[in-house]
Every structure is written in structure tokens, then in C-alpha cells.
Design a protein around this ligand. Structure first.
Ligand SMILES: Cc1cc2nc3c(=O)[nH]c(=O)nc-3n(C[C@H](O)[C@H](O)[C@H](O)COP(=O)(O)OP(=O)(O)OC[C@H]3O[C@@H](n4cnc5c(N)ncnc54)[C@H](O)[C@@H]3O)c2cc1C
Length: 449
């Protein structure tokens, strides 16, 4: 120990490896804790040697390894001797950086457990909340931590028990008339109060209209990271939530990490995650909490709620059978062929964005990245090419039947059954066959895989 104190460990200074910098946007400069990097007009770093402490932060953020540590020959010799005597590891961080990172780690470790916000309207839960408990259980298991639900509303205690049935072992409950109707301010204040008090490591919210509004307000207030519309959630062994979502118009899948703040927040659209199995015998603990603000402090009041949903409006996201059409249907009137098949099967008609943009179908029927995410038992894709933005919205359907004239259409890559041919001929014959079978008393059942 005494030896270690006496020997000064050389750390060197950062230097640029000529020709390697790609001028990525000064990540190295913003990572430097000592203002030791300036950028030249080409966007390459200039190291201010007098300020550099050899902490290696800039080396870590450089995407092309264009920086290295320079040690004088004398320093190299000292370091080699110390390493040989096992007094230092060959590469070490500067003490200031170790302290900073250690303090951050201690802070992050205070946050534990996985929380799922249970969305409800007049006491009716949104199904996505239970879907999130399924993926939340996997994350909690991986972290060896608790899975908890957060239930806020008026007369909503029954949702705590329902959350236990779907996998939560504890429910944080704030039950008060002030939460009768959803408003951003009281809800985000209640959640922030709970988060500050109980410090969850991960918080999941459904990417519904309400959930998107709430999660954004909570993340802003808590100054933490939020990834919207995740299609995949996993955890690594450091406890980072790996939040995967489509980026750049759906052409790549990006995995996003919240490195320095907690909780790690993500929203997930309905039907993206499977519904977990129910276990009615499960019980859990309810933690009752008070309303953390005065009602008079809430600036907005709801005077009236007007339901503008049109009578007969179809919710494709809730359907078990969807017959969906794309540009290959050729014309608006041909969608009646799809309606006939859907009627025979007891399903609804969906559409690609191509068909919506052509004015053949209303936007609320669109399936895909900017439409609805669906997970029906049967999805029949008629004249749909299978662009990635469409696939992300339907590829988890139990059975996919694709009808396309082009045998190389990407839709066939996700299809359970593929039919190569003209949709305008195939759909009427399918409808006819279904009619015949039903006339013979054959019942239609689509089994889950
Ligand atoms: C940011 C962004 C978000 C997007 N979001 C969505 C989204 O949510 N949902 C979505 O669907 N798209 C979305 N898109 C658009 C997507 O990229 C595609 O352009 C769109 O899905 C194409 O629709 P389509 O398959 O109907 O048309 P096309 O790609 O034109 O495909 C038509 C298909 O019909 C076939 N066909 C033609 N005639 C026949 C016939 N007689 N019989 C059988 N088959 C026939 C063709 O071989 C072709 O495969 C998005 C794009 C972007 C950039």
C-alpha cells in the first residue's frame, strides 16, 4: 500500500491519430471533463495538453477509435515497471473520473424494481397495462427485483388485485376523486411523488394517447430518459434497459439506453407485447398513498367530456381477424371484396398506408408504424408489399396469410401461408369457399400458434 502512494502513475495525454477522425460532431469535446479539447475548422479535435488529465473519456466516446493516449518513453517505462510489479493495471482512469463514476453508480443503485403504470378510464383498465406486466415480469426477474403496478384514479382499488393476477407483487395506489378524469397535471404530479419516494429503476407506460401525454410529462419533470413506442425491451447485466424501437422511418432498429438517470422510462404500444397468463390465485401487497398536492393548485378543470367516436367505427387493433388491403387492390371499390371475406370470417377490414394515401381507406384502419399495431389470430394481407413500416405493425399476428402477385414481395417473409396470384381473383374464391364450408356446418376457428 505504501509503495502505491509513493509512485506517481503516468497517465499520458490524449492525441489524435492522423487521418482517422470522421468529424462526427465533437462528441470527444463534450465528453472532456477538463475543457482540454477544442475543435479545428474541419471538426477535428485539438488537444490542449496543459489541461488533459489522461482520463480517456474522449477515447471511449470516439466512434472510430481516432484518439489514443500518448505516453513519453519515460512514462511508458514507469508504467511497464508498475504493471510488472502488479502495482497498477496497464490502463487506469484518472482519480477524478473514478470518483465521479462511483458517485453516479451509488446514486443509480438507489433505484430498484420495475413499475408499470395501470391506465384506466372510469375504472376500466387499458389492456396494454397487463401486456406491460408480462414484459415487466421478465425484466424484474432478470434484475431479481420486484414487479409493481401503479394505480391512480377514483374507486380503482380493484385494479390492484387485477394487476396481481397479471404478475405484479405490489401495487402503489392513490385513490381519490381528484383523479376521476384524466388530466396531465394531477397524474404526473402523483407519479413523480411516488417515484421520488420509492425510486423505481424502470417505469413502463402504454403508448396510448393518455400514456404518451403522461410519460412525457413525468420524464420531463424527473429529468430522466424516455424512449417512446418501444417494440422490444430487455435488460443487460449492468441493469441498463435496452429499449429497441424503429428509427429513421423504420429502416433501422435502434437500441437506446438511459445511462445516467433513473428511472429508465419506456412506452410501448398496445398489442406489441403478448398478454401474460392470468393466475387468479395470485395476491400482492397494496401500498396506499396520499394525494401529494392540493386540488385547488390544479389549474385545469374538466367541465364536460364529449365522446366524438362515430357510431360503428371499427377498432382494427381489437379485432381477432383482419383482412387488410394495400395498393395491389387497385381501386377503392375493390375493398368491398375484402369486406365480404371479412364478414364471412367475422373479422374487420384493415389497410396499408399505401391504400390510405390513395384515399381508399380511412386513416383509422391503417396498420403499421404510423397506424395501429395489431396482433390478431388471423391477418390476411391482400396486395400489400410488406414494407418494414407495415410489418412492424402486424408481424406478431398468430397466422399471416399473404396474397401477392409478386412472389418476391417481402410480405412472404413473415407469412405463415403465401398465395402468389391476383388478389382480385383469389379473394372472391376464398370468400366463396368459406361460404360453402359454412353452409356445410363447418365452424371457423383460428387457433393460436
Ligand atoms: C415514416 C414512415 C411511416 C410509415 N408508416 C406506415 C404504416 O404505418 N403502415 C404502412 O402500411 N405503411 C407505412 N409506411 C409506408 C410504407 O413504407 C409503404 O410505402 C406502404 O406500406 C406500401 O403500401 P402497399 O404495400 O399497399 O403498397 P405497395 O408497396 O405499392 O405494394 C403493393 C403490392 O401489391 C402487389 N400487387 C399489385 N397488384 C396486385 C394484384 N392484382 N394481386 C396481388 N398483389 C398485387 C404488388 O406486387 C405489391 O407488392 C410508412 C413509411 C414511412 C416512411
Amino acid at each position: 500500500m505504501e509503495d502505491r502512494k509513493r509512485v506517481k502513475r503516468p497517465r499520458g495525454v490524449a492525441q489524435l491519430i492522423s487521418g482517422k477522425c470522421i468529424a462526427c460532431g465533437a462528441r470527444c469535446q463534450s465528453s472532456c471533463p477538463k475543457d482540454a479539447i477544442e475543435m479545428n475548422e474541419k471538426g477535428e479535435p485539438i488537444i490542449i495538453i496543459a489541461n488533459c488529465i489522461g482520463c480517456r473519456k474522449c477515447l471511449k466516446v470516439c466512434p472510430v477509435d481516432a484518439l489514443e493516449i500518448y505516453l513519453t518513453p519515460e512514462e511508458q517505462k514507469i508504467l511497464a515497471e508498475l504493471a510488472a510489479q502488479k502495482k497498477v493495471a496497464a490502463v487506469e482512469e484518472a482519480p477524478e473520473v473514478i470518483e465521479e463514476e462511483a458517485a453516479l453508480l451509488v446514486k443509480l443503485k438507489e433505484y430498484r424494481g420495475v413499475w408499470v403504470f395501470v391506465e384506466q378510464t372510469a375504472g376500466e383498465p387499458a389492456g396494454v397495462s397487463w401486456e406491460l406486466l408480462g414484459v415487466g415480469a421478465d425484466l424484474a426477474r432478470a434484475r431479481k427485483e420486484e414487479l409493481c403496478s401503479v394505480v391512480i384514479g377514483d374507486h380503482v382499488e380493484h385494479l390492484c388485485q387485477e394487476s396481481f393476477v397479471f404478475g405484479a407483487s405490489k401495487a402503489y395506489l392513490i385513490d381519490d376523486p381528484v383523479f376521476r378524469r384524466y388530466l396531465t397535471e394531477p397524474y404526473y404530479k402523483a407519479i413523480c411523488y411516488l417515484v421520488r419516494k420509492y425510486k423505481p429503476e424502470i417505469m413502463l407506460v402504454g403508448a396510448t394517447g393518455l400514456g404518451r401525454d403522461l410519460a412525457g410529462a413525468v420524464a420531463t419533470e424527473l429529468q430522466t430518459g424516455l424512449t417512446a413506442d418501444c417494440t422490444g425491451l430487455a435488460i443487460d447485466d449492468r441493469g441498463f434497459l435496452l429499449q429497441t424501437r424503429p428509427a429513421f422511418g423504420g429502416n433501422i432498429m435502434a437500441t437506446i439506453l438511459t445511462e445516467g438517470t433513473r428511472p429508465q422510462m419506456a412506452t410501448v404500444r398496445p398489442h406489441v407485447m403478448p398478454l401474460p397468463a392470468k393466475d387468479s390465485s395470485r395476491k400482492g401487497k397494496i401500498v396506499r398513498e396520499m394525494v401529494p398536492f392540493q386540488e385547488a393548485d390544479i389549474a385545469v378543470k374538466v367541465l364536460e367530456v364529449i365522446d366524438e367516436r362515430k357510431a360503428g367505427e371499427v377498432d382494427v387493433a381489437a379485432a381477432d381477424i383482419i383482412v387488410s388491403g394495400g395498393r395491389g387492390m387497385r381501386a377503392k371499390e375493390n375493398f368491398s371484396l375484402l369486406q365480404e371475406l371479412a364478414d364471412e370470417l367475422g373479422g374487420v377490414v384493415g389497410s396499408s398506408r399505401g391504400a390510405v394515401e390513395a384515399g381508399w381507406m380511412p386513416a383509422e384502419r391503417q396498420v403499421g408504424q404510423t397506424g395501429k399495431t395489431v396482433r390478431p389470430k388471423l391477418y390476411i394481407a391482400c396486395g400489400i408489399s410488406g414494407a418494414i413500416q407495415h410489418l412492424v405493425g402486424m408481424q406478431d399476428s398468430d397466422v399471416i396469410v399473404a396474397i401477392n402477385i409478386d412472389k418476391n414481395a417481402p410480405i412472404f417473409e413473415v407469412a405463415t401461408y403465401g398465395i402468389v396470384g391476383d388478389v382480385l381473383k383469389i379473394v372472391p374464391s376464398l370468400t366463396q369457399r368459406v361460404k360453402e364450408l359454412r353452409a356445410k356446418g363447418v365452424e371457423f376457428m383460428v387457433e393460436r400458434h
